[in-house]
Write a protein that binds this ligand. Sequence first.
Ligand code: PBG
Length: 332
Amino acid sequence: MTPFPQSFPATRLRRLRQADWVRRLTAENTLTPSDLIWSLVVHDGEAARIPVAAMPGVDRLNVAEAAAAAKRAKALGIPAIAIFPHIDPAHKDADGRESLNPDGLIPTVIKAMKDAAPEVGVICDVALDPFTTHGHDGLIDEAGYVLNDETTAVLIDQALVQAEAGADVVAPSDMMDGRIGALRTALEADGYINTLILSYAAKYASGFYGPYREAIGSATALIGDKKTYQQNPANTDEALREVAMDIAEGADMVMVKPGLPYLDIVRRVSETFAIPTYAFQVSGEYAMIQAAAQNGWIDGERVMLESLLAFKRAGASGIITYFAETAAQKLG
Ligand code: PBG
């Protein structure tokens, strides 16, 4: 016997789809504002908002606007905001030293957001690419190879600066081996026992990050690509090894990135490990939906909500998305 014997017309699956009430009653997955992490780009200039051309609807926000956004997140029921910095190119160098400035953009934004809306979680990217002249996530040698252990040492200092400023979650997005364990040890040693680590555990070397590089101003800078540290899009098992390592080293939550093209990875990770698993609907995914919507080729709002629900169906605990505010408004 098959597990699902079908006999027609005893079984007419369309009975369950005939009206809104029964479709809602039988829905297997739901999307709520509590599922959303708002991906927010901030900048260190005066202008309140600077549009990102490749991401229609996304602006870089100054510190005051970021604080106002945190208040809106609270009102909308969005649990957390992930912040990404665009800094003045004059502050960039080969070592990304600005990432360690306790009075830099990110620490300033963290404090402003926690003052404005202490109930909203603040998540900080741990990586050097917004701060380096070469656009890589870490320190490079003469050949341009990203150095693993030397980079990890700097990332730990960067994360401690974020924790000191009040970040609730530090989220290493760099893919260096061993950085989660090193970070956990350093946080414990400095007394930050409740600072969460959200590991970008399975992060792929992806073309879908294109618009993000414009957003944070690392597009023109990037020399080469990130294939020696980010994962090969051809691989699945490797993602499970990455996640297993990060959990063993002390990650509280893990992430799969990009999102929609990698739902198979989200499914495998969420099924294999009993740990909160997030997916990042990245800049290129956002841009594709917005571009098609602007052309009138798709119903943008509908596709936005459908794409976010797809993450829930795949087993994600939540979604990091540039759509968070708009989606929460529709869902609320
Ligand atoms: C950098 C970082 C990237 C993103 C988040 N953190 C880009 C990259 O790895 O090149 C991408 C976000 C997006 O595309 O929305 N460490």
